[in-house]
Design a protein around this ligand. Structure first.
Ligand SMILES: NC(=O)c1ccc[n+]([C@@H]2O[C@H](COP(=O)([O-])OP(=O)(O)OC[C@H]3O[C@@H](n4cnc5c(N)ncnc54)[C@H](O)[C@@H]3O)[C@@H](O)[C@H]2O)c1
Length: 251
């Protein structure tokens, strides 16, 4: 499949996990990828992997919790490739806190990357996407559609992405762009390998969020992002696609 021939895709979080897998997938399908992340080394490695597979990728480091840097990231992509067809908001952070102990700085950190960053990437990208009738795919989480103990800030940020996706879908419904999201359960990525847990957690309250099929692979989430971003999903707009082995369905 070459669904992204002559298309430009800006992917955040491209240095690792789902972002890297999506960069590889979209580039393999013909996209010119512009990867953005705070991790310069990881971004370089993704660029190498994409090039080794015969794909096209450029990258730049921006901290997307800063709206002015979101503007710069989108401008850098448009400057590099002359336009924008796909915005994949994949970057994110996950933190565990006991809610009564969370500090304002910890709250702001999670919201800044996961929600403010996504909103302001959309703000910067939408005029360009309208020009090329493109599409946005946001990465929410099962934690954005059901409650999860000890991750209140994460759940609120991902629930915010769910509503951001739907609200943008309605605001731009007549302007030819599409806005969708995926809501993965557990995915086997570095995010889950470096989690830290506060003392005093009651582990009985922490459900497994991967469903009965176990953790998803990053490539499986990338495949869903590629579908939603592609013209094959032309009638799909404002959708939150659960990829969680049945957890959201009650499993
Ligand atoms: N891994 C899971 O189990 C899981 C489950 C549901 C949803 N998600 C979501 O999937 C997305 C991808 O996560 P992943 O599992 O690939 O994790 P990951 O840690 O492998 O990748 C996240 C990337 O985001 C980047 N990033 C963090 N802060 C940033 C910032 N301020 N500006 C720019 N880039 C920044 C990181 O450097 C990293 O490369 C995230 O939004 C995450 O919340 C992950």
């Amino acid at each position: 499949m070459q669904r992204f021939e002559a298309k430009v895709a800006l992917l955040t979080g491209a240095a690792s996990g789902v972002g890297r897998a999506t960069a590889l997938r979209l580039a393999a399908e013909g996209a010119s990828v512009f990867g953005v992340d705070v991790d310069a080394e990881g971004l370089e490695e993704t660029g190498r992997l994409v090039a080794d597979a015969g794909g096209q990728m450029q990258g730049a480091c921006f901290d997307l919790s800063q709206p002015e840097l979101c503007d710069q990231a989108v401008s850098a992509c448009v400057e590099a490739y002359g336009g924008l067809d796909v915005l994949g908001n994949i970057a994110g952070v996950s933190r565990f806190h006991i809610f009564t102990e969370i500090t304002e700085a910890q709250w702001d950190f999670v919201m800044g990357v996961n929600l403010k960053g996504v909103a302001f990437m959309c703000r910067a990208a939408i005029p360009h996407l309208i020009e090329r009738q493109g599409s946005i795919v946001n990465v929410a989480s099962v934690a954005g559609v059901i409650g999860q103990a000890y991750t209140v800030a994460y759940c609120v940020s991902k629930g915010g992405i769910v509503q951001l996706t739907r609200a943008l879908a309605m605001e731009y419904i007549h302007q030819g762009i599409r806005v969708n999201a995926v809501a993965p359960g557990g995915v086997d990525t570095p995010m889950n390998q470096k989690l830290e847990f506060p003392d005093g957690m009651d582990w009985k309250l922490v459900r497994p969020y991967s469903g009965r099929r176990g953790q998803a692979q990053a490539e499986e989430i990338a495949a869903a992002i590629a579908y939603l971003a592609s013209d094959e999903a032309r009638p799909v707009h404002g959708e939150i696609l659960s990829i969680d082995g049945g957890v959201h369905a009650g499993g």
